[in-house]
Design a protein around this ligand. Structure first.
Ligand SMILES: NC(=O)c1ccc[n+]([C@@H]2O[C@H](COP(=O)([O-])OP(=O)(O)OC[C@H]3O[C@@H](n4cnc5c(N)ncnc54)[C@H](OP(=O)(O)O)[C@@H]3O)[C@@H](O)[C@H]2O)c1
Length: 261
């Protein structure tokens, strides 16, 4: 199967670690030009260094907070300027805070909206003129909460489903430009974010994090957390020329965790 990612330019939002970085690395390995981003300059510089051997100068970084419209505008224009266009876009952001309905304030709701939904809208809007030039691919990172709400994560449960509505609608609106858009929903992929959430659960239940992890793994048919590389494989396929007929869909990468049909 030919992915044909070499020579294409990808913008991967929120990609200084975790799932975003794993996708960026995979795309660099496939020969794409890749812009990574995040809020922490040191972290980004280290990641570019880490990629140096395989990227041969095809990876760059730009500091951008995806909750800020002006940062997004600059991130997109700098990417296009640096590499001469954008054909591939990966939407991502940090996860919203944990909390139940009665714990969360308006401020936290508005911030989660800006972080986990509005940022996707804004990045797509800014990138569209470039994606339209030759057609392109968009992949949104969401969560298994799009299929089954996760207890204690009402902000994720609410705004990730918005990504699915956005994506499904855009699949029709962008098809005339040969732009395909899909959403990937991680279950439990071993990243810092998942460790952080497991630690919160451990503290709440007064047990150690290893016990939380073991309990979680017991509920996953494949009996383990996924790796960021396994997640990135799915993104690479959806972004590639090998995906020519899938758009507006959502895909779980969860080792079988979600039982909904
Ligand atoms: N891992 C999983 O299994 C899983 C499951 C369900 C959902 N998710 C969701 O998938 C997304 C990625 O997950 P992950 O596990 O890779 O998370 P992660 O390890 O926490 O990485 C998040 C990345 O986003 C960046 N980021 C955070 N806030 C940002 C902002 N305002 N502007 C720009 N960049 C920002 C972080 O860098 P800086 O902090 O340096 O900016 C970091 O590079 C998250 O939204 C997470 O909630 C993940």
């Amino acid at each position: 199967m030919e992915l044909n990612l070499a020579g294409k330019t990808a913008l991967v939002a929120a990609s200084s670690q975790g799932l975003g970085f794993a996708i960026a690395e995979r795309l660099v390995r496939e020969g794409a030009n890749v812009m990574i981003s995040g809020r922490d300059e040191e972290k980004l510089k280290n990641k570019i260094r880490e990629l140096e051997e395989i990227s041969q100068g095809r990876a760059a970084f730009y500091i951008a907070d995806v909750t800020k419209a002006e940062d997004i505008q600059k991130l997109v224009s700098k990417t296009a300027e640096r590499f001469g266009g954008i054909q591939l876009l990966v939407n991502n952001a940090g996860g919203p805070p944990a909390g139940s309905f009665e714990e969360l304030t308006d401020k936290e709701w508005v911030h989660a909206f800006e972080l986990n939904l509005l940022s996707y809208v804004r990045i797509i809007r800014e990138a569209l003129p470039y994606l339209k030039q030759q057609g392109g691919k968009i992949v949104n990172i969401a969560s298994s909460s799009i299929k089954e709400p996760i207890s204690g994560l009402i902000l994720s449960n609410t705004f990730r489903t918005g990504i699915v509505g956005l994506s499904k609608t855009l699949a029709s609106e962008l098809a005339p430009y040969n732009i395909l858009i899909n959403t990937i929903a991680p279950g439990r992929i071993a990243t810092d974010r998942v460790k952080h959430l497991d630690q919160i659960r451990a503290d709440q239940q007064g047990i150690d994090i290893e016990t939380v992890e073991a309990n979680n793994k017991a509920g996953i048919p494949l009996k383990r957390y996924g790796t960021p590389e396994e997640f990135a494989n799915v993104a690479a396929f959806l972004l590639s020329d090998a995906n020519s007929y899938m758009t507006g869909s959502s895909f779980l990468v969860d080792g079988g965790m979600i039982k909904a049909i």
